[in-house]
Design a binder for this molecule. Sequence first.
Ligand code: PEP
Ligand code: MG
Length: 757
Amino acid sequence: MSEVAGSVSATRRLLRRLRDIMAGSGTAQERLERIVRVVASEMVAEVCSVYILRAGEVLELFATEGLRPEAVHRTRLRVGEGLVGVIAATARPLALADAQAHPNFAYRPETGEEVYHSLMGVPILRGNRVLGVLVVQNRTLRHYAEDEVEVLQTIAMIVAELAASGNLVNPLEMAQSQGGGMLPARIAGVRLNAGLAIGLAVLHEPRVTIRQVVAEDTDAELGRLRNAVSAMREAIDELVEASREYGAGEHHDVIETYRMFAADRGWVMRIADAIRSGLTAEAAVQKVADDTRTRMMQISDPYLRERLFDLEDLANRLQQHLAGRPLSAAWAELPPEFILVARTMGPAELLDYARRRIMGLVLEEGSPTAHVAIVARAFDIPVVGRVDDATRRIEAGDIVIVDGDHANVLIRPSADIQQSIAAAVEARSRRRAYYETLRSTPAVSRDGIAIKLMLNAGLLLDLAQLATTGAEGIGLFRTEFPLMVRDTFPDVDDLTEYYRRVFDQAEQRPVIFRTLDIGGDKVLPYLPHAPEDNPAMGWRAIRIGLDRPAMLRQQLRALIRAARGQTLYVKFPMVAEVAELERARALVGMELAQAARERRKLPEAVKIGVMLEVPALLWQLPELCERIDFLSVGTNDLLQFLFACDRGNPRLADRYDPLSAPMLALFREIIAHARAAGTALSMCGDMAGNPLEAMVLIALGFRTLSMAATAIGPVKTMIRTLDAGAVADYLGEIGARPDHSLRPKLEAYARDHEIAL
Ligand code: PEP
Ligand code: MG
């Protein structure tokens, strides 16, 4: 059997017969009926059936060879129901020797299928949308081979042509089922990059419609593939060159990784093999992309799954080159300021658009660690991801609002909402311009208290914000970020080079490097990590560092080499006991001794600090402070452990308020201990970047706050209107109240005392 379905010549014969049917006369329904007959005979199956998706998520039997004819247009299954429904729901093939033993088997008496034991089915896909399901069945317990599944998938591509033609099901039927086509709508998603934007929707249409699946001339198709691949590689090289315009940075690494994918011979060879089986170049690219997607969707590693989007991006580009219309041709028609809507997008594509007037991005897929999100951050483009059905629900030319701050997308908003958002966008850019004027204004309160404002950074690009914000240095450099966009752990030379660039760009301002805080949700593809029930409390940060000292030592070695004659600040994340700090410090000592032996230029000084984010440390403060130079409070983690409240769970986002008696008491204690020991103290948790919270922290005694670049302006503005002593007195009055939150009282106080929040 396998010889029939799997061999190249048999596949070509089958494809030729199908091509003749497609090119022949008759209605779409008649052609579908002919197709199922041919497939059943060529694949030696007693049954071949096609189910087509109709409005309301229903799969209807449209044509069959082998099941009872009266079941056609009568048998209907919901998506998820029965084996056919499971194939549609998962968009993945199924091949079962004993289908009736499967827990999802749903028996339909009108079909007479009880006599067929084995079943192989594949989704009928168009641009990753399921249009239906193609099934063959056999009476015997037949074990379908993998190449037979592949042949059926290829046939499904041809059936997809028919299904998408609009001649089987009126396209309006599907459009109507989406409901409220022209009404305003709000769709929630996931924040991939903060910010607010409004503009006209442009649908990014990376997919080329494949007009011909079966090739006339295989050699000619192979030639077309060769030409398109070399044109694409040239275009990507140009893009890599162009990306240098924006300076060195992670987006550049991202594009380089992407270039590596494009140069992957295995990928091109798989496409060539698919052409040799009888497909056109376009269909072959599509088939390889579909196969890869099916395989990769089973991978749970989020980083590897993100790489799938890069591969799809590449497949789209290759399709564009095959079609002879590289993306840039469409740009002439782009409106001057637009919101881009896409199912998914690779980093290179966004980089292309970033050079145009793109205001915001809406994606159906994506996660904050996706390369596209990193590029978006670099260009300050608000992005909301995982917006269900965005490309179907948003029409080109619709007015769309991307609210990255609240992870919302508003489609066709009413005129008053448009006005208020446009006003908010405008006010934002005015405020931003105003904050830039404060760049060199000192952050000193009305009662003369000077506050050191520093930046939280994670990418080289963030360092440019030192100049625009006037921040005094980097209070937290999250060193794991740059590693998350790479495929391998860099060697010491690479890391050294990277950290040198950080030192250079900081231009003598202090940079506090935090050693790797990986684990939890921050996955490095090259560090195998078993799934954990509680990853936030699992094997992460310093725990990995101490268990795998080689990695931590490499990082320390690179930092020591990069610091050459400057002060090196290193802080360790997630320390839970003084003994851990001692072990980490010993590693620093070893690396310094080694560097001295190698006669390298040593740092002028090495300052060691600890993130205070695990509550156990609170009862070791005197012993801790004796041994460190500085202490940074990381409230993002400290709060989650103190209140037993997952920081990533949106349902708990407002459950507990740090502006409440327990936290204030805790902060007072930390400040008292640090002062008594003469240990420098700062706060780098996100709460330091909210003006109201910063007001309280300063009143309690914090003098160094580290925050995101966008928070510096608002916090500085607040500080300049603050009488910290008066707020301290007020906190003395209300600070111990057992209220759920002191926020309303503090807000009222700020209002009454004209503190700019
Ligand atoms: C924190 O926990 O407050 C912190 C700054 O670290 P991260 O957010 O990187 O965990
Ligand atoms: Mg933390």
